[in-house]
Design a protein around this ligand. Structure first.
Ligand code: NPW
Ligand code: K
Length: 488
């Protein structure tokens, strides 16, 4: 199963349709029930079975804004009162707080204070649970006062922090964070995942999604495609090409790597290594480092130039290639071939001055994949602002006709038809020299095996991230062993 996120607009459409079926208030009651259940389960687990660790009497603080997000929190608060918890709602604007939710909490003997109450800081510091019902789908960060101050206070609370629908301060569609953000241990989200929860997952903690019976993405007559996709390990394993019994080295995927120069002997070895690790039928290498490449990867068939390399089913071009005339000629030759081509590193720098080469491939219906980091992205797509990375990568794919993989904490992949992926694997340890070279080879192999380009890029990023996580564990173990050794 793929992980699927939907835009606020799509969720609102499904909500309207569901509300017409169920009648007023039903979805909110379901949302509040789901929220209260998660709070009880998580708090019970947190308290454990120590003496005195019973739920009744534990304190819950609700941060309540001016909309239905606050309504969810208030009704959940009333339900938690029913379990014997002490519940206090902190209202940002009493006149605009959800009236029915407030009435229910009051009927259940919940306490209500306003955000300017001097006791609020103490309440948050002493709470067992803080529930963030400040803003949800209607959020337009940065948070205004007094919500911003409440979030700042909540950051210091040792309580279990639970976000309703999404952490306040985060943009639901873009994941862009500006100003203070509620840092959640758990986010209970309704209808479907929102893109922001995947793009800025570091604020969300564990995400529990309850569709409330809304059927987002399945409404008749609407597009079933999610707005943002992510792979699970299971989905990644299902995509991985397996050689069939009838395959030989020529049918199992032939990938060519045009990379390296006299100045950069390492990048081609790494890029070819990435390709080899995916076990295609054959890896061909073209460039100035044939000896170094074959010394490390003896199964590779190497040549000095693309013209002499022979037939392939996909090319990777660019890592360590330099940006001189020879490199430009190599890039041009590769881009003239009617096979999928992945352009990385120096290839991207060169491409910035030759956008017409990309246009030609687009006109011919040929598949191109670009794998920039931020600086390379700006070189090629200078007019696109990277504040909203999702928007930028989608525009880049739409205007260039290429699949664009934008590297980052959460690597994004966008296809010209609008299909967009976010990669959820990896570690900051991957932000190191040579890591991108390996990724280019991995994706090149997947392209050669015939996977659609956006899937090849998303799968490559997923596998590369998992490999990075393993390397991190090994690196940490190594560093620890070294430390022990040095200490004698
Ligand atoms: N769809 C579903 O499936 C279901 C949805 N449900 C729930 O409803 C929620 C959506 O409720 P909603 O539409 O009432 O808006 P919500 O997010 O509570 O915002 C309230 C107000 O916040 C304000 N505000 C905005 N930005 C701000 C900022 N930066 N700083 C400060 N304030 C800011 C803005 O006010 P204004 O700008 O007008 O002053 C806005 O009107 C949804 O997230 C889910 O929890 C469930 O109950 C049932 C199923
Ligand atoms: K919230």
């Amino acid at each position: 199963m793929l992980i699927q996120a939907y835009s606020v607009e799509r969720i609102r459409q499904a909500e309207a349709a569901a509300q017409a079926r169920t009648g007023d208030g039903v979805l909110m009651r379901r949302a509040a029930t789901a929220l209260a259940q998660v709070v009880v389960a998580r708090l019970t687990a947190r308290l454990g079975s120590r003496p005195g660790s019973r739920l009744p009497g534990r304190s819950v603080v609700l941060l309540v804004g001016t909309g239905d997000n606050g309504g969810d929190a208030l009704i959940a608060g009333a339900l938690l009162r029913g379990r014997g918890l002490a519940v206090t709602a902190v209202l940002t604007d009493p006149a605009r707080a959800h009236a029915d939710g407030l009435a229910r909490l009051r009927r259940a003997w919940g306490r209500v204070v306003t955000a300017d109450d001097p006791r609020v800081a103490g309440l948050l510091a002493g709470a067992d649970v803080v529930i963030d019902g400040l803003v949800g789908l209607a959020a337009r960060p940065p948070l205004r006062e007094p919500a911003a101050s409440l979030v700042r206070l909540a950051v210091d609370s040792p309580a279990l922090t639970v976000a309703v629908d999404l952490p306040s301060g985060l943009h639901p569609d873009t994941g862009v964070v500006s100003g203070p953000v509620f840092r959640a241990d758990v986010t209970v989200t309704f209808g479907a995942l929102k893109p922001g929860l995947l793009l800025a997952d570091e604020w969300c903690g564990t995400v529990v999604s309850d569709d409330l019976g809304m059927g987002v993405g399945t409404a008749p007559g609407t597009s079933v495609r999610a707005d943002l996709l992510a792979l699970t390990d299971g989905a990644a394993a299902a995509l991985l090409p397996d050689p069939g019994r009838a395959d030989d080295k020529y049918t199992g995927g032939l990938v060519g790597v045009a990379a390296g120069s006299t100045d950069y002997p390492g990048a081609p070895v790494l890029s070819v290594g990435g390709a080899v690790c995916l076990r295609p039928g054959m890896v061909r290498y073209a460039g100035a480092q044939a000896k170094a490449v074959v010394a490390r990867w003896p199964e590779v068939v190497a040549a000095e130039s693309v013209e002499r390399a022979g037939r392939v089913q996909a090319w990777v071009v660019g890592p360590g290639m330099g940006t001189d005339e020879t490199a430009a000629a190599t890039l041009r030759t590769v881009l003239e071939q009617d096979v999928p081509v992945l352009v990385d590193a120096d290839g991207l720098t060169l491409l910035a001055g030759h956008r017409d080469w990309l246009d030609r491939r687009r006109a011919a219906g040929q598949v191109t994949v670009l794998t920039p980091h931020d600086r390379e992205f700006t070189r090629v797509f200078g007019d696109l602002d990277l504040t909203d990375r999702l928007d930028a990568v989608r525009r880049a794919a739409a205007t260039s006709g290429a699949v664009v993989l934008l590297k980052g904490h959460r690597t994004l992949v966008a296809a010209p038809d609008g299909t967009t992926w976010v990669n959820l694997t990896g570690t900051p340890w991957l932000a190191s020299a040579g890591s991108g070279d390996v990724l280019s080879g991995v994706i090149g192999s997947l392209l050669a095996s015939g996977l659609p380009a956006d899937r090849a890029a998303a799968l490559g990023a997923h596998l590369h991230g998992r490999a990075g996580e393993r390397a991190e564990r090994a690196g940490r173990a190594g560093a620890h062993a070294l430390w022990e050794f040095l200490r004698g």
